[in-house]
Design a protein around this ligand. Sequence first.
Ligand SMILES: [Fe+2]
Length: 248
Amino acid sequence: MSYYKMPILDDSGFVVVDSYDQSADPQEWLDIEYVNWKSSGDTRFSPIASAYGDMECDGFWNHDPAKTDKDGVWVDKNKGLAPKLVERAMEPGVNIGRCRVIELQPNSYADAIHNLHIDDNNRLNPDGTGWIVRSFFNLTDDQDSVMILREDKNDPATETRVPLPAGTQAVIDTQRLYHAVWHPGDQPRYCLITSWESAPGLEEWIDSNNPITRIESPAVPAEELAEAERRAALRATQEQKPEVMSEA
Ligand SMILES: [Fe+2]
């Protein structure tokens, strides 16, 4: 047995579908309650669905009883304040695990490269069921921001940068692709992130929204690239240091 995975993600590990018209919706992300939860930079999160419906963002496996990232329970207060976000998370009709809004403060390209990570989406997920992936619905109009995706964390040649204007919708295998957002604005960025179980219903939703699995990445200014390279080289040196010392 193995997990059910959607063939459309085989190619690049991500898919971008038609943009959603965000302009007509109320800015529900400004009304909901946030908790301090650090992940990939200066962030706060607002849980819309959590492991057992509490106002918290911990991994579902860190609860008693532990569970995989499925069967999320709506957090009553935030569900009531964000009906549109709930509706959008439910649109494909597949099992939902964690569902939350991330608030990310501005950062640099080098910060984002430093923050690259993969998610632990499938811990405790029973073999033979659907592989858990994540949807990212950008809520704010972050014209200069990008979601950085890398197949290999340390290889810039494997990098794709997905632009993040309002309404951007992407589904990403975040346990395969290293990811982080470069957000050079002066206001926080908000994005709805939902764990979805891979299933035929999700493929149908993707197929009906004009999916693309390859995109043209916007260029990164030379000075931003240089700073990221400088910090990567510094990190590599620091990681090697203990070895050098043990030889001495
Ligand atoms: Fe992540």
